[in-house]
Design a protein around this ligand. Structure first.
Ligand code: PGA
Length: 251
């Protein structure tokens, strides 16, 4: 049985005070809900949010981290620093990191291995662009991103990896993949995991869907066999919108 896992990626939104306020509200409001919950604030908002959520059921993640633990890397943040703040999880390979900041599969893999070595859990994002989908490259892109991103990861380590399938054309656009399309992409990703590891690992791996998830579509997405959670951007920025997603089973 895969436990539903709902994550909020706040991206470069919410000031530290706004983030702390939302974190407090969420900790209260989501208490009776069944899904595992995570929020990923921007770096400067993490300290306040981590403090507020310290003894709560909500996981605090970073949206990125450097592939080194320390040194002359101006403007960067390391796993060591994040752990010092109580951060246990990190999102890696988000399409905005890939597209805007040029992160490739090799760099992302380096970060994945470092995060795991540092004892952090990873949410690894994968997904195709519209051009790739229309060019019939969906399976090729997903195979490369999963295989390269997870190079060197053992079966045992897979327990600490969540995958997030986020078709780039559905992120922040209001366009959601149909539940059927998303489910078939997830099934394909699961088949790659089975080839790389085995059937048990494939069956146990949580695969979140991301891309314009909102209260109105979360239930039908989550009803699909291979969709185990959601990575939510825009709709994770307010209690009104995020609560019905986290507590989708009570809607
Ligand atoms: P969105 O973002 O929900 O605003 O489409 C999802 C994501 O990028 O994780």
């Amino acid at each position: 049985m895969r436990t539903p896992y709902i994550a909020g990626n706040w991206k470069m939104n919410l000031t530290p005070s706004e983030g702390v306020k939302l974190a407090k509200e969420l900790a209260q409001a989501t208490k009776g809900c069944n899904a595992k919950v995570m929020v990923a604030p921007n770096f400067v908002t993490i300290p306040g949010v981590a403090e507020v959520l310290k003894d709560s059921h909500i996981i605090v993640a970073a949206q990125n981290m450097n592939d080194n633990l320390k040194g002359a890397f101006t403007g960067e943040v390391s796993a060591t620093m994040l752990k010092d703040l109580g951060v246990t999880n990190v999102i890696l390979g988000h399409s905005e990191r890939r597209a805007i900041y040029g992160e490739d599969d090799q760099l992302i893999n380096k970060k994945v291995l470092l995060a795991l070595a540092e004892g952090m859990d990873v949410d690894l994002c994968i997904g195709e662009t519209l051009e790739e989908r229309e060019g019939g490259k969906l399976e090729e892109v997903l195979t490369t991103q999963v295989t390269e991103g997870l190079k060197g990861v053992s079966k045992e380590m897979m327990k600490r990896i969540t995958l997030a399938y986020e078709p780039v054309w559905a992120i922040g656009t209001g366009k959601t993949a149909t539940p059927e399309d998303a489910d078939s992409a997830h099934a394909f990703v699961r088949s790659i995991i089975e080839k790389l590891f085995d059937k048990t690992v494939a069956e146990e791996t949580i695969i979140q869907y991301g891309g314009s998830v909102k209260a109105a579509n979360v239930k039908e997405l989550m009803a699909k066999e291979n969709i185990d959670g959601a990575l939510v951007g825009g709709a994770s920025l307010s209690l009104e919108q995020f609560l019905p997603i986290v507590c989708f089973d009570k809607q």
